[in-house]
Design a protein around this ligand. Structure first.
Ligand code: PLP
Length: 485
């Protein structure tokens, strides 16, 4: 009997009613507080990370070694903002973890000198857009003969764009993640700066002709954002051939390419010729981008919150994120370990935060414990479960696999199933309450979404504990029950 994925109503109710509403004048002390946390609050939390049967969103879990390392992070509470090679190895460990991450997904660390851990893919998208914004406005300025006026970081968007003789910075994309719109709002480009150049809803891919047309817009600079992969369907927006053309177009028009690969990037680990070639095509050419967003708290299965960003220009990053004229930080920032070792850039000068958590340690530990083969094996199990779910759904009289595509056989459709399975009930009456009924079992959890304006549901498989036979049996049991009701 699988443990419940969601807390009972009574546990939720108990947690809420037992919360303190005010700070107590006299503290209750550690012992009473621990008792309260354990007995009152923790039972009101869900098992989104602990249970392999939580399929809502792409949450990932936490490998035991990553959880262990995360406790060390708390115990040793390092502030990883300045490279202090004579005082702590923390920045060296962060650098090693980032290099191993590059290795994991077959990117060459030397080509991605701007590497940093973030709080998650949203923050990585913010960094990617800040670098992109800086680059495209400067590039526009250079194209009108100005070499020192186009810096947004220095002069602000308004002055820099005026100098560069542009009226607009647009993000050209298809099916962007919602967090990219939020990032666009944060960095002053606006949620409405998106130009959709998608082919059609079923394929979720780029229309290259439309892209080229958008890049030609007069007095407009462009950031090209590639969705790798899309959150509702798990489909990839590009292939290797597209990426080569997109790179050429970007160079021609002075555009920046940002790839949002929050959960898509690990697909680069998959072996060839054994059923994953369509996925490998989806992540082919990612190395041609200028910046890449990744999430570690998703498929890498380390605890929240941990994302990462790779970008090709360290100088550009240092220009955008420089924490200027802080004499008390600068002394330390320039200490080399020794002359023969390249210095590690201080994280505060290449990312958003100054004080930062030592997020690198759980990543370092989990990469060491599992290795490339361990992570590949984990991903293969996750994909196998997603494909087993898709096969079950398509074969069921009550459910329908999405996006529907009568032109392709089930086998062909399965080849593009990554870790997400989108579906709905064929019968409308069931459709509206489908997600509630499935989650009402408290044995598995799926998330609700919309497809073609109608309610749909989604399995996202992302936990390290996946066991294909055990989990598909439980899923079939719950889904058969829902269909019978
Ligand atoms: C999850 C996700 C994000 C946002 O990531 P957070 O880690 O929640 O900030 C961005 N892009 C894509 C494609 C995602 O799947």
């Amino acid at each position: 009997m699988a443990a419940g994925v969601l807390p009972s109503e009574s546990a939720l109710q108990h947690a809420r009613t037992s919360l303190l509403s005010k700070i107590p004048p006299n503290g209750h002390g550690d012992q009473a507080t621990r008792h309260h946390l354990h007995n009152d609050l923790v039972p009101g939390l869900n098992k989104s990370s602990q249970s392999p049967n939580y399929y809502g969103f792409v949450t990932g879990g936490s490998t035991p070694i990553a959880a262990f390392a995360d406790n060390l992070v708390t115990a040793h509470d390092q502030n990883v903002q300045v490279h202090l090679p004579h005082e702590t190895a923390a920045t060296n460990i962060e650098d090693a973890a980032l290099r191993m991450l590059c290795d994991l997904v077959d990117l060459i660390p030397a080509e991605w000198p701007h590497r940093t851990f973030t709080t998650g893919a949203t923050a990585s998208n913010v960094i990617g857009l800040i670098c992109g914004r800086e680059y495209v406005v400067r590039e526009a300025a250079r194209r009108v003969g100005l070499f020192n006026s186009g810096s947004v970081a220095e002069h602000g968007l308004f002055e820099a764009m005026t100098a560069a003789e542009i009226d607009r910075v647009q993000i050209v994309t298809t099916v962007p993640h919602s967090s990219l719109r939020k990032a666009a709002a944060l960095v002053g480009l606006g949620r409405n700066c998106f130009i959709d150049v998608g082919c059609d809803t079923a394929s979720r891919s780029f229309d290259i002709t439309e892209l080229a047309r958008a890049l030609k817009t007069p007095r407009t600079a462009s950031i090209i954002a590639v969705s790798c992969a899309e959150i509702n369907t798990g489909l990839f927006a590009t292939n290797g051939h597209d990426m080569r053309i997109i790179r050429k177009l970007a160079d021609e028009y002075g555009a920046w390419i940002h790839v949002d690969a929050a959960f898509g990037l690990p697909a680069r680990l998959l072996p060839r010729n054994v059923g994953y070639d369509a996925l490998l095509e989806g992540v082919a050419g990612v190395e041609l981008a200028d910046s890449i967003t990744g999430d570690a708290h998703k498929l890498l299965n380390v605890p929240y919150d941990c994302g990462f960003l790779f970008s090709k220009s360290l100088a550009l990053a240092q220009h955008c994120f420089q924490n200027p004229n802080a004499a008390y930080l600068a002394t330390a920032a320039s200490q080399p370990t020794n002359a023969s070792e390249p210095s590690i850039p201080s994280p505060l000068n290449i990312g958003i935060e100054n004080s930062r958590r030592f997020r690198a340690l759980p990543v370092y530990a989990s990469l060491m414990a599992y290795g490339k083969i361990g992570y590949t094996e984990m991903l293969v199990r996750q994909i196998s479960l997603a494909r087993a779910i898709a096969t079950y759904i398509e074969g069921h009289t009550t459910y329908e696999l999405l996006p529907s595509d009568p032109s392709r056989t089930l086998e062909q459709r399965l080849e593009s199933v990554y870790v997400i399975v989108l579906f709905r009930a064929k019968n409308h009456a069931l459709g509206d309450g489908l997600v509630q009924r499935i989650n009402g079992s408290k044995r598995i959890y799926v998330s609700g979404t919309q497809w073609d304006g109608k309610p749909a549901a989604r399995f996202a498989v992302s936990n390290w504990q996946v066991d294909v036979e055990r989990d598909i049996a439980l899923i079939k049991e719950v889904m058969d029950d829902v269909a019978r009701d």
